[in-house]
Ligand binder design. Structure first.
Ligand SMILES: [Fe+2]
Ligand SMILES: [Fe+2]
Length: 266
């Protein structure tokens, strides 16, 4: 076990500026660090450290898997914490605010980028697949991913998120709790998390097939734009999955357990 002492500056430049010395235990999971320090997600993304589906690994294990040193990560975390940009702390917000945020930002963005990428990938394949056959594999993986993500987001928007909102309303008002047709929130949560794992796996395979989105010398502007769009989609999806897997779902399970204890079914 290794412990590193870091100094973080919160609200730099403001009257409320405060310096915090924090000891970070490198056996702590990446998921817990991303929850304690919301800016850590950006650092992990930049360093290709998996903090959403593979967030259960310790910081030292995750660094070893990504091929970066723990010291470099800590330095980046310190720098990130010194920025002035405010980051939303979703741990303390209402779940209905979080689901609205996810839909209005991540779902809207994902649908838009999937649509743009579908058009681009057709164009790029017809011009470049002869010299770059990996594009056809990327296209096939992308089509599968787009279909799965579209269905996944609809299930969240039509079934899971409305139930979580109703659960929160009942918790706050003391009204009778909703009784879902799926038994318990753990069931759709388990399914959504499995689908997140699958999506993350497909994105890893697309990244590998494109050699980390390396644009070949003969690529046209559309080829370049396609790889940039796929990389942006991957980055946003990691953040999106982190908000669901690591914040929304555990809080919904906890809330359901608490209300079911207060209102046992008859
Ligand atoms: Fe989602
Ligand atoms: Fe999801």
């Amino acid at each position: 076990m290794q412990e590193l002492l870091c100094t973080f500056v919160h609200k730099k430049g403001s009257r409320n500026e405060v310096k915090i010395k924090m000891t970070i235990n490198t056996t702590k999971t990446v998921r817990d660090l991303a929850l304690e320090m919301p800016r850590a997600a950006t650092v992990f993304e930049d360093l290709r450290i998996d903090y959403c589906c593979g967030g259960g690994r310790s910081l030292s294990e995750a660094c070893a898997a990504a091929g970066v040193s723990v010291q470099d990560v800590m330095r980046s975390l310190e720098q990130a914490e010194q920025t002035r940009e405010e980051i939303e702390d979703w741990q303390s917000k209402r779940l209905s605010e979080l689901t609205s945020y996810i839909i209005d930002n991540h779902h809207v963005f994902t649908r838009e980028e999937l649509r743009r990428s579908s058009d681009m990938i057709l164009k790029v394949c017809s011009a470049h697949a002869r010299n770059h056959p990996e594009l056809l594999r990327i296209q096939s993986m992308f089509i599968g991913l787009a279909g799965e993500l579209t269905a996944h987001m609809l299930k969240e928007e039509n079934v899971l998120f409305p139930y979580i909102t109703a659960l929160e309303e009942a918790t706050l008002s003391g009204d009778p709790r909703p009784i879902p047709f799926f038994g318990t929130v753990r069931n759709p949560v388990r399914m959504m998390m499995m689908e997140h794992d699958t999506a993350a796996e497909v994105l890893r395979a697309i990244r590998a097939a494109s050699l980390d989105f390396a644009v070949p010398p003969d690529a046209c502007a559309s080829y370049r734009a396609l790889y940039q769009t796929l990389e942006t989609l991957e980055r946003d999806l990691h953040r999106h999955i982190h908000l669901e897997n690591n914040i929304l779902f555990p809080r919904a399970v906890e809330m359901e357990t608490a209300i079911a204890t207060l209102q046992p079914s008859r």
